[in-house]
Design a protein around this ligand. Structure first.
Ligand SMILES: NCCC[C@H](NC(=O)CCC(=O)O)C(=O)O
Ligand SMILES: NC(=O)OP(=O)(O)O
Length: 314
């Protein structure tokens, strides 16, 4: 593993998953790997889970973690190549990342999409600049189009809770009040359409089709109720439209995941990356039921990050 930015970087996913389960069983068993190492975490956007689970993961490995909130803790960064910096930006991203590479053995970076310029977002303009200027391995803490650490944690969670050899996993669109990125569903599809023991289905209203680059192996079912039938895992998530880029096309409340929806499943477990707008995306009754995995799922963010750090620092 050179960087960790998508499913492709995971390599043998079953081996990586087994490693994660091994690390989870003995979280402090690899402290030699992180000894005298520093992990730099740069956030261009807010975070609770990614920030804290990454610090914890580094700590479990015996490494130091530093967090930099770009623009708030540091100078205001310029992104444009060749910019004449006579305006409000104070330091170029190329210098900032090269300098951080002097101090850190690995860098984690979170950037979000604009949701306005699809071309810029889907070419991962900002993230690719960071990859270009970093001289140490880079981990995506969520980019404009993907969130691989979340998907890896989701895979660990499904592996832990599955009760049969094969499982049906359904990614369902759910309503929201704001236009959200496609990163989490793109990434979930990127991973779960490749898992040999998963029957993967995506359900959403028409117009919410994701980029086919990520959904190639998935079955799309426009009837949400039909999709839920016999599901072992329901992954709820809102996203804005990819085709009508960044737009909200539906506020249809019938897509809110409630107990009636869950009754259609095979005693299905409910997952969500968090943060969640309760009673907008999923009802309290479902989120507070014993079948909700949202908290252990968030807990597994430590082990997805710790496993990736283990690979990159070893
Ligand atoms: N990092 C995980 C998810 C981040 C983002 N959620 C949000 O922006 C929620 C914001 C709000 O609820 O207003 C998303 O869904 O892609
Ligand atoms: N799921 C997730 O990435 O949460 P944060 O945005 O809080 O890091």
């Amino acid at each position: 593993m050179k960087n960790f930015t998508s499913f492709a970087d995971a390599g043998d996913y079953q081996a990586l998953l087994n490693k994660a389960l091994e690390i989870k069983a003995d979280p402090f068993g690899y402290q030699h790997v992180g000894k005298n190492k520093t992990v730099g975490l740069i956030f261009f956007n807010p975070s609770l889970r990614t920030r804290l689970s990454s610090i914890k993961a580094a700590y479990n490995l015996g490494a130091q973690a530093w967090v930099l909130n770009a623009g708030a803790d540091s100078w205001t960064l310029e992104m444009a190549d060749g910019a004449v910096m006579n305006g409000t930006t104070q330091e170029h991203i190329k210098d900032a990342i090269a300098v951080m590479s002097q101090y850190c053995d690995v860098l984690g970076v979170r950037t979000f999409p604009t949701l306005k310029d699809r071309e810029a977002d889907y070419s991962e303009e900002v993230f690719n600049k960071i990859l270009k200027y970093a001289t140490v391995p880079v981990i995506s803490l969520e980019s404009a189009t993907l969130h691989p650490l979340q998907s890896f944690a989701d895979l660990i969670t499904v592996a832990e809770y599955k009760q049969t050899e094969r499982v049906k996993v359904v990614l369902t669109w759910a309503p929201h009040v704001r236009a959200l990125p496609q990163c989490v569903p793109n990434s979930f599809a990127d991973w779960f359409s490749e898992i040999s023991w998963v029957d993967f289905v995506i359900t959403h209203p028409r117009g919410y089709e994701l980029d086919e680059k990520f959904t190639k192996g998935a079955r799309i079912e426009y009837d949400q109720k039909k999709a839920f039938e016999g599901a072992d895992f329901i992954y709820a998530k809102n996203w804005s439209s990819y085709h009508d880029y960044g737009q909200i096309l539906s506020h249809d409340q019938s897509w809110l995941v409630d107990t009636d929806h869950m009754k259609l499943t095979n005693n299905g477990k409910l997952m969500h990356c968090l943060p969640i707008r309760r009673n907008v995306e999923v009802s309290d009754a479902v989120l507070d039921s014993p079948n909700a995995l949202i908290i252990p799922e968030a807990g597994n963010r430590v082990f997805s990050m710790q496993t990736v750090l283990h690979e990159l620092l070893s």
